[in-house]
Design a protein around this ligand. Structure first.
Ligand code: PGA
Length: 249
C-alpha cells in the first residue's frame, strides 16, 4: 500500500509575513493526518519553513536544484545547500522550468541525479502540452521524459523518487484532467516503470498535479494509480491545502 503524499508547490509567491500564517495553518491543520505532507517553497524561505515546520509532520523542499554540485554557477543552488536546510524534496522538471528556462530532458535527469546525490528526494514532473494531447502523443511524451531519467540514473534511483504527472494544459488553468484521463496516464507511467522492475513500479508514488483543489481532490486520489497531489494555487490557501491533505488521508 502506497502512502499518499500531498506536496505544495508555492511557485514564486509569498513573503515572510504571509508565509508565517500559511506555514502555521498547514502545520496545525494536518497534524495527525495519515497522509504525508510537504511544501516546496522559494529558496529564500527555506530557513523560515524549517523553523516553522521542524518537529511537525510537514516536510519541506525546494522547487528546483542545480545539476552541478558546486562552483561558478551564479544564481544556482546546489543539492547540498538544500540538504543543509533540511529539505526532503526538490521538484525537478516542472513544466514551467522546462518551457521558460530551457530545462531539457537531459538537464532534468542531471538535476534528478544531483538531488539524490545530496540525499534529497526528487519529485520528477512529466506531462504533455495541449497540442501534444490533441496530437495523441501523451504517452510518448511522458515516456520520453521518464526514459531520460531512467537511462541516466537507472531504475534503482527511480525507487528513491516521486513522479508527478502534470498535464501542462491543466496547470493554473482551472482545467483539471478528469479522473479517468489522469488515471490512464498514471497507469501508463507505472507500466513503463514495471517494464524495468515490477517491484519499483508497485511502490512508486505518482502524484497528479494541475488545478487540484478541495472539490476534485478526493475523486482524483481515489484512482488506483494516483498516489497524491502536487498542488500549486490551492497550496497558497491553508484551508484549501489542508482540505486536500485530508482528502488524501
Ligand atoms: P496548479 O499548479 O495546482 O496551480 O494547477 C500545479 C503545479 O504547477 O505544480
Amino acid at each position: 500500500m502506497r502512502r499518499k503524499l500531498v506536496a505544495g508547490n508555492w511557485k514564486m509567491h509569498g513573503s515572510l509575513a504571509t508565509n508565517a500564517g500559511l506555514l502555521q495553518g498547514v502545520r496545525d491543520g494536518v497534524a495527525g493526518l495519515a497522509a504525508e505532507v510537504a511544501v516546496c517553497v522559494p529558496y529564500p524561505y527555506l530557513a523560515q519553513a524549517r523553523a516553522a515546520l521542524d518537529g511537525s509532520n510537514v516536510a519541506w523542499g525546494a522547487q528546483d536544484v542545480s545539476e552541478h554540485a558546486q562552483g561558478a554557477y551564479t544564481g544556482e543552488v546546489s543539492g547540498a545547500m538544500l540538504a543543509d536546510f533540511g529539505c526532503r524534496y526538490a521538484i525537478v522538471g516542472h513544466s514551467e522550468r522546462r518551457s521558460y528556462y530551457g530545462d531539457t530532458d537531459a538537464v532534468v535527469a542531471a538535476k534528478f541525479e544531483a538531488a539524490q546525490k545530496a540525499g534529497i528526494v526528487p519529485i520528477l514532473c512529466v506531462g504533455e502540452t495541449l497540442a501534444e494531447r490533441e496530437a495523441n502523443v501523451t504517452a510518448e511524451v511522458v515516456t520520453r521524459q521518464l526514459d531520460a531519467v531512467l537511462s541516466r540514473c537507472g531504475i534503482a534511483a527511480l525507487a528513491r523518487s516521486v513522479v508527478a504527472y502534470e498535464p501542462v494544459w491543466a496547470i493554473g488553468t482551472g482545467r483539471t484532467a478528469s479522473p479517468e484521463q489522469a488515471q490512464e496516464v498514471h497507469a501508463a507511467i507505472r507500466a513503463r516503470v514495471a517494464r524495468d522492475d515490477a517491484g519499483v513500479a508497485a511502490a512508486l508514488r505518482i502524484l497528479y498535479g494541475g488545478s487540484m483543489k478541495p472539490a476534485n481532490a478526493a475523486e482524483l486520489m481515489a484512482q488506483a494509480d494516483i498516489d497524491g497531489g502536487l498542488i500549486g494555487g490551492a497550496a497558497l490557501v491553508a484551508a484549501d491545502f489542508v482540505a486536500i491533505c485530508a482528502a488524501a488521508a
